[in-house]
Design a protein around this ligand. Structure first.
Ligand code: NAD
Length: 280
């Protein structure tokens, strides 16, 4: 049995993947609708976070506050030696605090944020970046491999979150930069559908031009499963980290400001490009 807390876009896809791989899942979410969907997918839906206690518990929550609330309810119920793999994106400092709490309770907490979105979770192709005990990771690696084909132990507690924030700073910057470059080309008479294959065969390519643009931007669906609100959250965390360590972000900071000023204010709306850049 694997415990899973947070059954939203990512957690719901992880649940379906684990079930498809024959795993028993104990699931909890604050939202009764998510719990019902978990039951329909063949999981045991629990009424409290403590109900998911198992040797491996995976978290997929929106922010560190939710992680802290779940851990407070869950930690006293975990079996000795249990491992919590937190796939949520949070502050590295928060992850270090959670690891200390877990240690005091006789269990291990790994910050294990992921890249690849709901599609990556559903196909087991996530990239997972892990901070914390290498021995604890080794114990649960076979189960985590069902979700994440690429697992990297980055370093001590918090290191996984540092890697994730750097990654998403690049994702946001690449998307904003691609939007600007494609708009320039469009106005000069070369539309996106003509220039994208050229860029993707040349050195300007990135996941923004190879994946996001063809799948979710050109189609106008914008339904990658990653909301503009989550992107802004990640950028705020990255900016805070940069401030703490004194790293200047003149280029990425400008991209972050564009996302922050995006006209897309509804955090539930899926989007991949700040509206101001895309249409301006
Ligand atoms: P989501 O909002 O779809 O899902 C979060 C779920 O957590 C919701 O169902 C919510 O009801 C539940 N929740 C909130 N507080 C809770 C609590 N205290 N106890 C139990 N359940 C609680 O978000 P998501 O897109 O699935 O993202 C989850 C995490 O994964 C975030 O930290 C996000 O940054 C990260 N992430 C998302 C993506 C993506 O593409 N969506 C990709 C990589 C990482």
């Amino acid at each position: 049995m694997i415990g899973l807390v947070g059954l939203g876009q990512m957690g719901g896809a992880m649940l379906r993947r684990l079930r498809a791989e024959g795993q028993g899942v104990l699931g909890f979410d604050l939202d009764p609708g998510r719990r019902e969907a978990a039951r329909a997918a063949g999981a045991i839906a629990c009424a409290t976070p403590a109900g998911v206690a198992a040797p491996l518990v995976i978290l997929s929550l929106p922010h560190a506050g939710a992680v802290g609330a779940v851990l407070a309810a869950l930690l006293p119920h975990l079996p000795p030696g249990a491992v919590i793999a937190d796939t949520s994106t949070t502050e590295p400092g928060a992850a270090q605090g959670f690891a200390g709490q877990a240690d005091a309770a006789g269990v291990a907490y790994l910050d294990a944020p992921v890249s690849g979105g709901p599609a990556g979770a559903a196909s087991g192709q996530l990239a997972m970046m892990v901070g914390g005990s290498a021995a604890a990771l080794a114990r649960v690696r076979p189960s985590l491999l069902l979700l994440a084909a690429r697992i990297t132990h980055v370093g001590a507690s918090g290191a996984g979150q540092v890697a994730k924030l750097a990654n998403n700073l690049l994702v946001a910057t690449h998307l904003a930069a691609a939007a600007e470059a494609l708009r320039m080309a469009d106005r000069a008479g070369v539309p996106p559908e003509a220039i994208l294959p050229v860029i993707n065969a040349a050195s300007g390519r990135s996941a923004a031009t190879e994946v996001n643009w063809p799948r979710w931007i050109a189609s106008g669906s914008f339904d990658s499963g990653f909301t503009a609100g989550l992107m802004r959250k990640d950028l705020r965390l990255a900016l805070a980290l940069a401030g703490q360590v004194g790293a200047g972000l003149p280029v990425c900071g400008a991209a972050a400001a564009a996302w922050e000023g995006s006209a897309v204010e509804d955090a539930a709306e899926f989007n991949h490009v700040p509206a101001g850049i895309f249409s301006g």
